[in-house]
Each structure stands twice: as structure tokens, then as C-alpha cells.
Design a protein around this ligand. Structure first.
Ligand code: GLU
Length: 506
């Protein structure tokens, strides 16, 4: 059996959209499932659309996600080079091969003439298509005498080479996801394959390279489905075996209507790029784990046929199949992406999360404790459940590092009553006398104090939480007290007494 070889073939015209990343992922999964090769080919024949840094971005994005390519720029295999601009010299002979076989022809029509025809048709409510219908009336080697063609070429006239679409044929196409489709060749136009600047168009370069690189499966976005008829005809014209094709469904806006765009991300406040690009943030910068991104992308358009939602890359590789890729568009749900990140955050051990938390803490606090890995792991353990991103740790845990700089107004009104200062003043003694300073010891001491004084639990614990945390939220209070230690606890109680004092005196 031939070895499976797939390729991801982006044009470096900007950053990779998450739709592009999903295409790369499905290619990767398919290749790995079948023990095949995943090739990265940079389709940079259109120099006008070339964007500096885009190729680097694509490579970095694949590496960040953990789906590296086996062959590609900088990872030369047996089929390089992997940038089409570096393969420039190879395409002309293939265009000429098609000419020699009568499958292509020279066309000399100027952009102005074509534009005139387009507008003229538009005015009549028609669409101008360069094909069987009018090709003999236009300026090309089919309508001219061979001598004239020679003369024009000798004079260095600008030309393109067009594909000669055979008339009156039913082209039968097969797609692994969509099944069989039939197209009437008469509705197709004679696409440009090669330009006089020596560059092939996407169509020619793409087919030639897929053939030369021995690609067995072309897995790409649905937007390329309209090109399939031409591509199939090109394979037939060359007499080459075509690869299998699979066109992935579109990723739709959160509303479900229309293709997901950069603007949807800007409006909805979520990234549409894996990594930041210029002023747009990326999933990496927003604090997403690459595993979470891969996981949510995998389920955009593919379904495992079970209820399972969480998949490691290994599990995805094992379960993936093109048969389970849907035909219809996949609705993008930004909330679900966060759910995935939350899940992956829970799976990570507290100590694994310490380094990332430390980076944030460095910018936030000079507290000595923020340097203590053991302490940080304990903090993470206590707040992780409520976090979606590592960046959530700080707002959830600030009080583990610093005394509150202010108290929540509503909480003060609710908790700080006339008798509170007296209760807290007494509590200071209890806290001071607690030894060892553990959560358990504190709990029994404070509870005893509550019972002895005939107080309610809330009357003591509410204000105490306000003092320690600045608010009424947070994990188990005795646990917090144990962690911040006696000295800090007493200090926070003293400053609260000074700042909040007696609510009625003032
Ligand atoms: N260069 C095309 C793109 O930018 C590749 C399409 C294909 O995979 O055939 O998406």
C-alpha cells in the first residue's frame, strides 16, 4: 500500500485563521492515524499578496499547538523545496506539456479587454465566462493563425496560458466527505494556469506539486470545492492519478449564520488567530493551553460518534476519520472554548502551573511569598477550580499575598455592625493565642469563642472574612488564615479595626 502523504498548503498572505489551523490539524491527525507524512508547503506564487512574517507565523503556530510537520521549509525531505517560489523553474514545462497535448492555449487578451467584456456582460445582466462560448472570438492561440501566435510571442507580448475546458462533458467528482458530485463542463471557465511573468497560478502549481510530492489525500477547506472540477480535469489532462479529496465544512459565526470572520472575534471579544498578529490577540496570548485549542478545533466539524468531549492528541489521532467529518458548517462557540480551557486547567497539577503563575505575580506583587513555589502550589490548589485561565489566579488569590487595600462596600454594610469592633478585638486575642497556627486549631478556638459568647457563626466569620479577604468570597477561611500566618492575620485585623472602626462613630 502506498504511504499516506498529506499536505497543509497555506499561502503566506497573513496570519493563520483558526479555520486554517483546523485544516492543518485534520491533515496531521489523518497522517498520524495512517502512519503517514504531514507536509507543509508554502504556496507563495502570488507575490502581490505576500506578507512578511506570515510563513514564520504559520510554522510557529503549528509548533505551539504541538502538530509539527514532517517535511517543509527548514525540514527538508525528499520532495523539497517546500516553498513554491523556490520551485518556480519547474512549472513552465508542465504548462507546456498541457499545451502540447492540446489541453491548454495561449491567451493575449489585455486586462482592459477582459474588463470591457465583463462590464458589457454585466450591463446585459449576464456573467462573462472565458470558455467554449466565446473563446474563439477572443485573442488567443485557438482563434489565431499559428504564425501570428509565434509572432506575438517573439515580440514578447504579455500572455497567459489557459486551460482548455473540454465541452459537453459531465465531470464526475468524488469527495471523501460529500460523496459523488457531477458538474457540467460547459459552466466552467478556462482558468489561467500560467502567466507571462514566469509564475504559475495557484491551480497549476498546486496540482503539479501535489503530484510531485506524492500527496495521496488533499484535505482542505470547503472554499476550495469550486476548484475541484478544474483540479480533477488537470489530473486527467496530465494523465496522473488524482489524490483523494476531502473538503472540510466551514466554521460558522457564533450565531450560526455565515462564515466566522476576524470581525466576529473583535465584536465578541475572542481571538480568531492561534497567536497574536499585529493588533489582534491570539489564543496563546489569551492564556489558552494548546491542548485545549486542538481539542475544541477537532470538534468543529468532526464528531467522534460518542459523547466524549475531551481528547488528548493521541486519542484524537486514534479516533479521527474522514467519514466522521460533517458536511454542514460547524458553529463556533466562544464559551465552549473557555470550557475546554477550564477542563485542561483542572487536569494540570498545581506544581505544573506554578511557573506560569510566577510570571504574572512578578508584575503584580513584591510579596516574599510570591517566590515560594510550595506556597504558590498550595494557593493554586485552593483557587484552581474557579479558574479558567492562569491569569484568573491573581484576582482569585490576591489576599494570599497581600492585605486587602480596600473593602467591598456592600460587604462592609452587610457585615460591619456596631458590635463588630468589640468582637474582633476579642478575636485578636484568640488568634494571637492559637498555637500551632493551623486551620484545625483556629477552627476549634474560634468556634469555642463563638459558643461561649452566645454569638452566631456569621456574626464572627463574616467580618473576619471581610478583614482577611476584603470581600465575602474566597476559599475556606481557616485555611487562608493558616496560610498567611499569624503575624499577617493579626496585622490585617488591626488595620481593619483602624480603617473600619465603629460604624456609628464618625
Ligand atoms: N494555497 C491554498 C490556501 O491558501 C491551498 C488550498 C489547497 O489546500 O489546495 O488555502
Amino acid at each position: 500500500m502506498t504511504k499516506v502523504r498529506v499536505r497543509f498548503a497555506p499561502s503566506p498572505t497573513g496570519p493563520l485563521h483558526i479555520g486554517g489551523l483546523r485544516t492543518a490539524l485534520f491533515n496531521y491527525l489523518f497522517a498520524k492515524k495512517h502512519g503517514g507524512d504531514f507536509v507543509l508547503r508554502i504556496e507563495d506564487t502570488d507575490q502581490n499578496r505576500y506578507v512578511e512574517g506570515a510563513e514564520d507565523y504559520i510554522v510557529q503556530a503549528l509548533n505551539w499547538c504541538g502538530i509539527p510537520f514532517d517535511e517543509g521549509p527548514g525540514k527538508e525531505g525528499a520532495f523539497g523545496p517546500y516553498r513554491q517560489s523556490e520551485r518556480k523553474g519547474r512549472y513552465k514545462e508542465f504548462a507546456q506539456q498541457l499545451m502540447a497535448k492540446g489541453h491548454a492555449y495561449y491567451a493575449f487578451d489585455t486586462p482592459e479587454t477582459l474588463d470591457f467584456h465583463r462590464k458589457d456582460h454585466e450591463q446585459k445582466g449576464k456573467t462573462f465566462i472565458y470558455n467554449w462560448h466565446n473563446r474563439l472570438k477572443l485573442d488567443n492561440s485557438l482563434s489565431m493563425m499559428p504564425e501570428e501566435v509565434e509572432q506575438r510571442l517573439a515580440q514578447g507580448a504579455d500572455y497567459v496560458i489557459r486551460f482548455l475546458t473540454p465541452p459537453d462533458q459531465t465531470i464526475v467528482l468524488h469527495d471523501e466527505i460529500r460523496g459523488q458530485m457531477e458538474i457540467d463542463s460547459n459552466i466552467l471557465d478556462d482558468k489561467v494556469l500560467f502567466k507571462s511573468d514566469g509564475m504559475p497560478t495557484y491551480h497549476l502549481a498546486n496540482i503539479v506539486d501535489d503530484h510531485l510530492m506524492q500527496i495521496t489525500h488533499v484535505i482542505r477547506g470547503e472554499e476550495w470545492l469550486p476548484s475541484l472540477a478544474l483540479h480533477q480535469q488537470l489530473y486527467d489532462a496530465f494523465g496522473w492519478q488524482a489524490p483523494a479529496f476531502a473538503h472540510l465544512p466551514l466554521i460558522m459565526k457564533p450565531t450560526g449564520k455565515g462564515k466566522l470572520s476576524k470581525r466576529d472575534g473583535e465584536k465578541g471579544g475572542f481571538p480568531v488567530f492561534p497567536l497574536a498578529w499585529q493588533t489582534s490577540s491570539g489564543y496563546r496570548e489569551e492564556g489558552f493551553f494548546p491542548e485545549a485549542v486542538l481539542n475544541f478545533l477537532a470538534l468543529l466539524g468532526w464528531n467522534p460518534g460518542t459523547e466524549q468531549e475531551l481528547f488528548t492528541l493521541k486519542e484524537l489521532t486514534e479516533s479521527f476519520s474522514l467519514e466522521r467529518v460533517n458536511k454542514s458548517g460547524a458553529r463556533f462557540d466562544p464559551e465552549k472554548t473557555k470550557w475546554y480551557n477550564h477542563q485542561y486547567l483542572q487536569q494540570k497539577s498545581a506544581s505544573d502551573l506554578v511557573p506560569a503563575f510566577k510570571v504574572i505575580l512578578k508584575q503584580r506583587t513584591s510579596a516574599q511569598r510570591a517566590l515560594d513555589d510550595g506556597y504558590l502550589a498550595q494557593v493554586i490548589e485552593l483557587v484552581k477550580e474557579r479558574a479558567t485561565f492562569v491569569s484568573d489566579f491573581w484576582p482569585l488569590s490576591q489576599f494570599f499575598f497581600e492585605a486587602p487595600s480596600m473593602y467591598d462596600d456592600k460587604a462592609v454594610q452587610k457585615q460591619w455592625k456596631e458590635d463588630t469592633p468589640t468582637i474582633i478585638a476579642q478575636l485578636v486575642n484568640i488568634v494571637r493565642g492559637t498555637d500551632p497556627f493551623t486551620a484545625a486549631q483556629l477552627e476549634s478556638g474560634i468556634k469555642e469563642f463563638i459558643t461561649e459568647n452566645g454569638l452566631s457563626f456569621g456574626k464572627v466569620m463574616g467580618p473576619l472574612r471581610l478583614i482577611i479577604v476584603g470581600d465575602l468570597k474566597g476559599p475556606h477561611l481557616f485555611q487562608i488564615l493558616e496560610m498567611i500566618g499569624k503575624q499577617d492575620a493579626l496585622h490585617r485585623m488591626e488595620i481593619a479595626l483602624q480603617r473600619l472602626g465603629n460604624p456609628n462613630e464618625e
